[in-house]
Design a protein around this ligand. Structure first.
Ligand SMILES: NC(=O)c1ccc[n+]([C@@H]2O[C@H](COP(=O)([O-])OP(=O)(O)OC[C@H]3O[C@@H](n4cnc5c(N)ncnc54)[C@H](OP(=O)(O)O)[C@@H]3O)[C@@H](O)[C@H]2O)c1
Length: 174
């Protein structure tokens, strides 16, 4: 078990994943799928944050949670879990505000070069994703990192309870 620092300045809740979509199945299978997506996406963020709250810098601490555009346009259990994180962030921002700490959510669209979809995308898939954006390119991990860095940095101290979309214009203003 790694030693935890006495003070945590920035916590980024990044862990997450999409379960295998189940088009049909018994109610038991559907329940298992939803519970698995809950365990993968919601509980790690909530439990890690709860565990670190006593150590979060006050003032100045930052909690940044990674959601997904799926929370805005649907995508079965995965989208619902990401939407749950965004609702939870409101509560968290309320808790942290009096301590001078912030809680925000970065909401990425498709990001190339990750393992989220189980391997590299085909050229056809990349072209389809590119065409969904306004800027004519797919997201890169650096795009998400830049948004996280902004929210973690000194210029974002008055930003809390927000959702920062990083999707190249795939979905506007939600
Ligand atoms: N890639 C995209 O297009 C995209 C778009 C929108 C949002 N996101 C979000 O961005 C975040 C990062 O994903 P990614 O794109 O980097 O995908 P990724 O390449 O699949 O990485 C996900 C990472 O999360 C870890 N992880 C998953 N569940 C975990 C858990 N319960 N406890 C600890 N670690 C866990 C995985 O570890 P293992 O490999 O050991 O399981 C893996 O290292 C996720 O929250 C994802 O939902 C991604």
């Amino acid at each position: 078990m790694p030693e935890l620092p006495e003070r945590v300045d920035v916590l980024v809740n990044n862990a997450g994943g999409r379960g295998t979509p189940v088009a049909e199945g018994s109610l038991k299978e559907v329940a298992e799928r939803w519970r698995k997506d809950f365990d993968t996406n919601v509980l790690p963020a909530v439990l890690l944050t709860e565990a670190l709250l006593p150590r979060l810098a006050s003032p100045g601490g930052r909690v940044i949670t990674i959601s997904s555009v799926a929370a805005l346009r649907g995508n079965g259990a995965y989208g619902a879990m990401k939407a749950a994180l965004q609702a939870w962030n409101h509560t968290l921002a309320g808790q942290l505000g009096p301590r001078g700490a912030t809680a925000n959510v970065v909401v990425p669209g498709y990001v190339a070069g990750t393992e989220l979809f189980g391997g590299p995308a085909t050229e056809e898939e990349l072209a389809r994703r590119r065409a969904q954006t306004l800027v004519g390119r797919v997201g890169e991990p650096e795009d998400v990192a830049a948004a996280v860095a902004f929210l973690a940095g000194p210029d974002a101290g008055y930003v809390t309870g927000e959702f920062l979309n990083v999707n190249g214009g795939t979905l506007l203003g939600r």
